[in-house]
Design a protein around this ligand. Structure first.
Ligand code: FES
Ligand SMILES: [Fe+2]
Length: 343
């Protein structure tokens, strides 16, 4: 199993970790339990008691300490055992669990999955646009998906699929007609689809002065390793006036065959209307859960554990971005493993 280890991963939305609740989540095959410490900061520790390996998330959380449900050992956010109710109460030195470096930023709980000493907060992508809009102009969601995270990334890196998989909401045919332009800077891969005077996707058409009018449109995806995508769309409604959305599609591997899919959407129009926001939320969740998720899960079932390229996939003009992102990640993982192999 090869994942990029020296990387920040999205563990949860901050709202998924309320005070006094334990959130279990398997990340890169490792069971982790997240909770808030007594100061309200999110902590993440191994979800496996070192006594008889009970899942700690089945225990209770009090004052920022987790008590194992089985025999009552208590652990803090640093993974140290702070109470042993047995014998003379002495704490055995082996009574500790792994703790992870966790940072809450831009509504997201980020976790560093390898040695804490290498964790550099400045490497966390800047998604502050999420908090620069009113709450009624933002949706955030979470969709556990039974497919490899790179299949979910491919889905966003090749947006021509919207014309076929989402024809009544997001696709109007224009993405297939446009020529995606792929560029790389550092470890980022950027794809831009430029559409001139073409059919507007159904979900945008309602917001046009004339819903049947054609318009210029720009769509851009920026991919960051190991699997984060910032997708922005812009449709010109009048001279120099655009309606825009800014979206995140964040893929964290649960295992090789399962993904924690986090998504977010913000917009620069109808920003103050809570009713509209809820409607949009419902549309997005429906599209992702009824259309994308079943498709990538079906791909996963067809592919099993085979590597994509080993199956010799047919390559199309729309594949450029996805292939570059996969190659970049492959190189990063190979470099990391070579470094580790050095004495
Ligand atoms: S398994 Fe946790 S205290 Fe025994
Ligand atoms: Fe989709």
């Amino acid at each position: 199993v090869s994942f990029l280890k020296n990387a920040w991963y999205v563990a949860a939305w901050g709202r998924e970790v309320p005070t006094e609740k334990l959130l279990p989540r398997i990340l890169l095959g490792e069971p982790v339990v997240f909770f808030r410490d007594e100061k309200g900061a999110v902590a993440g520790i191994e979800d496996r008691c070192p006594h008889r390996f009970a899942p700690l998330h089945e225990g209770t959380l009090e004052g920022g300490q987790v008590r194992c449900r089985y025999h009552g050992l208590e652990f803090n956010g640093a993974g140290a055992c702070v109470r042993n109710p047995h014998g003379n109460g002495a704490i055995p030195s082996a009574a500790r669990v792994k703790s992870y470096r966790v940072v809450e930023k831009d509504l997201i709980v980020w976790v560093w999955m390898s040695d804490e000493s290498a964790a550099d907060e400045s490497l966390i992508p800047d998604f502050s646009f999420l908090t620069s809009v009113p709450d009624t102009a933002r949706n955030t969601g979470y969709l556990p998906t039974a497919a490899n995270y790179q299949l979910l990334a491919d889905n966003i890196m090749d947006l021509s699929h919207v014309d076929y998989l989402h024809p009544t909401t997001l696709g109007g045919g224009a993405m297939t007609r446009s020529r995606p332009e792929v560029t790389e800077s550092g470890t980022q891969v950027r794809i831009k689809w430029t559409v001139k005077d073409d059919v507007v996707p159904p979900s945008f058409a309602h917001h046009m002065p004339d819903p049947n009018a054609k318009a210029d449109q720009t769509t851009q995806v920026v991919w960051y390793p190991p699997g984060y995508m910032n997708l922005s769309t812009s449709v010109e409604v009048a001279d120099g006036q655009d309606i825009c959305t800014n979206n995140l599609h964040l893929m964290t591997p649960e295992t090789e065959e399962r993904t924690h899919y986090f998504f977010a959407n913000t917009r620069n129009f109808v920003q103050e209307d809570g009713e509209f926001n809820r409607m949009l939320d419902t549309i997005l969740i429906n599209v992702f859960s009824e259309e994308d998720k079943p498709m990538v899960e079906a791909q996963q079932r067809n592919m099993g554990t085979s590597d994509l390229f080993s199956l010799r996939p047919v390559l199309l003009a729309c594949d450029g971005g996805a292939v570059r992102a996969r190659r970049t990640l492959e190189t990063l993982i190979a470099n990391e493993q070579a470094m580790r192999a050095q004495p």
